[in-house]
Design a protein around this ligand. Structure first.
Ligand code: SAH
Length: 220
C-alpha cells in the first residue's frame, strides 16, 4: 500500500470501466458500485501494478496474500446488505481494500489480520486513517472473532474457511448476517448465514470462489 499516489483521470476512467464490467457480471447494489467508484484501488497496490490495478483480478500484496478480485469484493459486499452505521466484523484485513469499501458505504468496520507484518504495514501506510474514523484495525486470530466488541450486525470472512467458526455465530446479533466462503483449498462456496431472532441459523448458498486459506492462530 502506497501513500502518495495520485488519482488521475486515467485511473478514474479505468475505474468507470470496471464498474460497468461489475454490472455486466450481475452486481446490482448501487451503494456497492458507488463505493467502488469512489475508492481508488491502485492506492492499495504496489506502484508496479498501477497500469493493471483496474483489471478484474486478484494481485499479490506480500506475505503470500492477495487483494481480492473486484468482482469478489462487490459480490460479498452486496450479500451483506450494508446499511449505514452497521457494525461489521471483517476477518482478513489484507490490503484493507474490502474494509475501505464497507467503510465508504457508511459501515463501522472492525477488521482482523493474523499476520503481524501485514498488520504493521497497514498501521504505517493506510492512506485514509483520518477519513474513515469508524474503521478499526486488530491483530489477532479471526477464528476467535472479537468478543470485546461483539455483537455485530454483519460479518465478512475474506479467506477460505474449512468450516464456520462457532465464535463468529455467537458474536452475531440476532437478525445478523455472516458472509463466508467455505470449502477446501482451490474451491469454496459463498455462504450467507442468517442468525434468526430465535437464535436459529439459516444458510443460503451462492457461487464458487477461490480464496487464500483462513489459518488458525496468529503469525509473527
Ligand atoms: N480483505 C482483503 C483480502 C486479503 S486475503 C483485501 O481486501 O485485500 C485474506 C487475508 O486473510 C490475508 O491477509 C490473511 O493473512 C488473512 N487471514 C487468514 N486467516 C486469518 C485468520 N484466522 N484471522 C485473521 N486473518 C486471517
Amino acid at each position: 500500500m502506497i501513500v502518495q499516489q495520485q488519482d488521475t483521470y486515467r485511473h478514474k476512467g479505468l475505474r468507470e470501466k470496471l464498474i460497468t464490467l461489475l454490472q455486466e457480471k450481475g452486481i446490482k447494489d448501487m451503494a456497492v458500485l458507488e463505493a467502488m467508484r469512489n475508492v481508488p484501488r491502485h492506492f492499495f497496490l504496489d506502484p508496479a501494478f498501477d497500469k493493471i490495478a483496474y483489471e478484474d483480478r486478484a494481485f499479490p500484496i506480500g506475505e503470500g496474500q492477495t487483494i481480492s478480485q473486484p468482482f469478489t469484493v462487490a459480490y460479498q459486499s452486496e450479500l451483506l446488505k450494508i446499511q449505514k452505521l452497521d457494525k461489521v466484523l471483517e476477518i482478513g484485513t489484507g490490503s484493507v481494500y474490502q474494509a475501505t469499501i464497507l467503510s465508504e458505504m457508511g459501515a463501522k468496520v472492525f477488521t482482523i489480520e493474523r499476520q503481524k507484518k501485514l498488520y504493521d504495514k497497514t498501521m504505517k501506510h493506510y492512506p485514509f486513517k483520518s477519513k474513515y474514523l469508524h474503521l478499526k484495525f486488530f491483530y489477532g486470530d479471526g477464528y476467535k472473532g472479537l468478543p470485546t466488541y461483539a455483537p455485530f450486525d454483519k460479518m465478512i470472512v475474506t479467506a477460505a474457511a474449512p468450516y464456520i467458526p462457532e465464535a463468529l455465530i455467537e458474536q452475531l446479533k440476532p437478525g445478523g448476517l455472516l458472509v463466508i466462503p467455505v470449502g477446501e483449498e482451490g474451491k469454496q462456496r459463498m455462504l450467507r448465514i442468517t442468525k434468526q431472532e430465535d437464535g436459529n441459523i439459516q444458510e443460503e448458498a451462492f457461487d464458487y470462489f477461490s480464496f487464500v486459506p483462513m489459518l488458525e492462530g496468529k503469525k509473527n
